[in-house]
Design a protein. Structure first.
Length: 190
């Protein structure tokens, strides 16, 4: 394989290429959406790294790794116009991720007590990072809807369902990360 330069200089004037080669402004709503997918994926990587401190998170780390792959799939589809996606054989969000996350949440819910009010982010490092993932995921959801509403372009298949379910999964990870570290949830005091 030949040497590849990390810099192309093609974006120096404020545009970037989509998967199809179409150039768009760097502040295009599509780029906000898939840029936030990239940001979220980075935060998930940090969450996995923090979970490696404890052996008790192996099952969750494995699922979060699958989440990362699906986030990359989502980003690749967002980076291509809907009418051109089939031309590039872009990967889809795997259907089994939904049952894995839902079963994971049901299992995690068994470990923690009932929610007594609004929970503040914090506690253990992993819990705090899971809350960051949750809030970035919610921002991504808003940006995806903003892009869809402004462009009238369809979401990548299962995209909105994946992101909506994922933010709930991060919330459960945050609660369990505290419970497994013997930390209490921090409830909002009015």
């Amino acid at each position: 394989m030949g040497k590849c330069s990390i810099y192309t200089k093609t974006g120096d004037k404020g545009t970037t290429s989509l998967v199809s080669g179409t150039r768009v402004p760097k502040d295009d709503a599509r780029l906000w959406a898939y840029g936030t997918v990239d940001e979220l994926n980075s935060h998930v990587g940090m969450l996995i790294s923090l979970m490696e401190i404890d052996a008790c998170f192996q099952k969750e780390k494995d699922l979060l790794q699958e989440v990362q792959h699906n986030l990359f799939n989502l980003a690749s589809n967002l980076a291509c116009e809907v009418d051109k996606r089939q031309n590039f054989s872009l990967p889809k969000i795997h259907e089994e991720i939904f049952s894995q996350m839902e079963e994971g949440m049901d299992s995690l819910d068994q470990e923690v007590g009932a929610i007594e009010g609004f929970i503040l982010p914090g506690g253990s490092l992993a819990s705090s990072q899971a809350h960051i993932c949750r809030t970035v995921c919610r921002r991504l959801e808003r940006e995806m809807w903003s892009f869809k509403n402004s462009s009238q372009e369809e979401f990548p298949e299962n995209g909105e369902k994946f992101i909506n379910r994922l933010s709930d999964y991060f919330f459960m990870i945050a609660r369990v990360a505290n419970a497994r570290r013997k930390r209490s949830d921090i409830y909002w005091k009015k």
